[in-house]
Design a protein around this ligand. Structure first.
Ligand SMILES: [Zn+2]
Length: 400
């Protein structure tokens, strides 16, 4: 006999979920804390082996960044966890989450505190250690329900989402291939459970400018001032913003002593395109502007970075996935709405692969990325039941 939504909800082991979140939050997993991430990924591997698939730890892709002196250096990252269940199934979905948090090892926010009987404050409790518990227990409930047979799935937990998923974006794209849908376990957009719908994109750039130094008094005409060129570039970049895209020149580093024409500067900036067209035209316009800066100031320019998360639009199949989540919520007595947001996450990258995705399937909570981050504890079981029901429907052949 088919399980009722109520029975499904009752089958979720809520105390076990809370105990996991408390244990996981106690481990610092700032994106740069490789020891903490290694400890956490080992704990998760032990939990996810309960599902009928193979757990694999995947090495991070190499990532470079630009130092203040303009040199390029490699940034180390933690390993990612991948679980593949029934890879031969015709209908397969992708579930993603991230293990890292925005709180480095030396941050003051490390402990947990109960704010009231049902609200827990702690690093990562909502974003997204709670979400990983939701995913794990939804999958356990799906397997226990006996309705999983038609559905294959891959789980991907990365170590670097909070810094833009540079070490995992290829892995995400590879795993998204051939999937009918994807679910990502970021916390709900609002504490009432509202989902994030369309999202803008984001890109980060570092522009290194190399001029020529000279004596500021004796022969300044022989110098090529990198700080002046960087400043000119900052003004031109700001002028490239329009209604569909913000541009934020954020930082100029470099320069020299007061009596030296500076030969070196690094300009860093962020863009937030709302459409693919805004993203693409910016990228080609930027090359033109950089060439003008080279000509106007007699400097050479090196460009690093780009768009890491394309804007996420909601097409028809993606809207049907939202509708399915809403319908499953209604069966459980949960009212599920959605709204667009300027925030970004791995859902942007999955949507860019043409796979319908709902990326806020995680817990209800709030104040994420701050020491006030909190989890509404009853939402653990509530959202696990929601996901389990959605997965049952996808297993039963609901098409998007
Ligand atoms: Zn997150």
């Amino acid at each position: 006999m088919k399980q009722s939504p109520d029975a499904l909800l009752r089958s979720i082991d809520a105390p076990a979920m809370l105990a996991q979140v408390e244990a996981w939050s106690a481990i610092n997993t700032g994106t740069g804390n490789l020891d903490g991430l290694a400890e956490y990924v080992a704990m998760l591997a032990d939990e996810f082996v309960a599902l009928p698939g193979e757990v694999e730890l995947v090495e991070p892709a190499p990532v470079t960044a630009i130092a203040a002196d303009g040199s390029e250096f490699e940034k180390p990252h933690g390993r990612h966890l991948v679980l593949r269940v029934r890879p031969g199934a015709n209908r397969r979905v992708l579930l993603t989450g991230h293990m890292d948090t925005v709180f480095p090892k030396d941050h003051s926010f490390q402990g947990q505190k109960w704010l009231d009987d049902t609200t827990l404050n702690g690093p990562g409790v909502a974003d997204m250690k709670g979400g990983i518990a939701v995913m794990l227990h939804a999958l356990k409930a799906l397997e226990a329900s006996g309705e999983a047979a038609g559905l294959g799935y891959d789980v991907m937990l990365n170590s670097d989402e909070e810094t833009g998923s540079l070490a995992s974006s290829d892995l995400i794209a590879q795993l998204a291939g051939g999937k009918v849908a994807a679910l990502t376990y970021e916390p709900a957009a609002l504490p009432d459970g509202t989902l994030a719908h369309e999202r803008g994109g984001t890109g980060n750039y570092s522009i290194t400018i190399t001029g020529k130094s000279a004596h500021a008094g004796r022969n300044p005409q022989d110098g090529r001032n990198a700080i002046v060129a960087a400043s000119d570039l900052a003004v031109r970049l700001a002028a490239m913003a329009h209604t569909d895209m913000s541009v934020n020149p954020a930082k100029i580093e470099g320069g020299a002593a007061n009596n030296v024409v500076p030969d070196h500067a690094v300009l860093r900036f962020n863009i937030r395109p709302k459409s693919a067209q805004a993203m693409e035209s910016f990228d080609s316009d930027l090359n033109g502007v950089l060439a003008e800066i080279e000509r106007a100031h007699g400097v050479s320019v090196h460009r690093h970075g780009g768009v890491t998360r394309p804007p996420k639009k909601v097409d028809e199949p993606a809207q049907r996935l939202f509708d399915l989540v809403k319908e499953c919520g209604a069966q459980l007595g949960q009212t599920i709405g959605w709204q667009s947001t300027g925030g970004v996450c791995d859902g942007n990258n999955i949507a860019a692969c043409g796979v319908p995705v709902v990326d806020t399937m995680g817990v209800r909570g709030g104040a994420i990325h701050s020491p006030d981050e909190y989890l509404i504890v009853p939402s653990l079981a509530e959202r696990a039941a929601l996901s389990a029901l959605v997965l049952q429907r996808l297993a039963a052949g609901d098409t998007l």
